[in-house]
Design a protein around this ligand. Sequence first.
Ligand SMILES: [Zn+2]
Length: 206
Amino acid sequence: MNYVCAHDDEFDPDNPLGKPDVPEHVQDAIRTLLEWAGDDPTREGLLDTPKRVGRAWLEYCEGYKEDPAIHLTRQFEEVGGYDEIVLLKDIPFQSHCEHHMAPITGKAAIAYLPNKKVVGISKLARVLHGFAHRLQIQERLTAEVAQCIWDNLEPHGVAVVIEAQHGCMTGRGVKTHGVEMVTSRILGCFMDDHRSRKEVMSLMGY
Ligand SMILES: [Zn+2]
């Protein structure tokens, strides 16, 4: 008889890596999709696919488990008089479109002009991933990242530019490869002041 342990720290020989369980109804849904797509879910190569797909989707959508603003709570006010633009660029990310659940892959540039509060630079990437690891459209992803920084750091300005390719465009529909969609959200002084906007855009390489 197999003993299923209730504690995380106990070793379960049936699940040595401690992978999350995928409930039967979720696996059934994936079998239904496999059949609908024209394959046979009972053939050997597909036997474990429903479990793998279930776990993969837990990872793709792990952003639902967190409020990305949590990454901006540890702030530093002592910045040695630095009052210029802070920019993190070429941040790679992956998301999935809410219309086809197809991958969106791209890179983001995130900048802000601090008003006393700054955060560790990696936190900007964490905010991006928190929103990207949900079902998204690129426009909303861009806006959510910018708004989160705006609300939590209260900076003078925020600029977010995202360039991405959409699996639903490359692999289906018009099947057009190599096309990038570019979206931007500009707030505060980067919006209002022409010179600030020019400066942040040229730092981003636009
Ligand atoms: Zn799509």
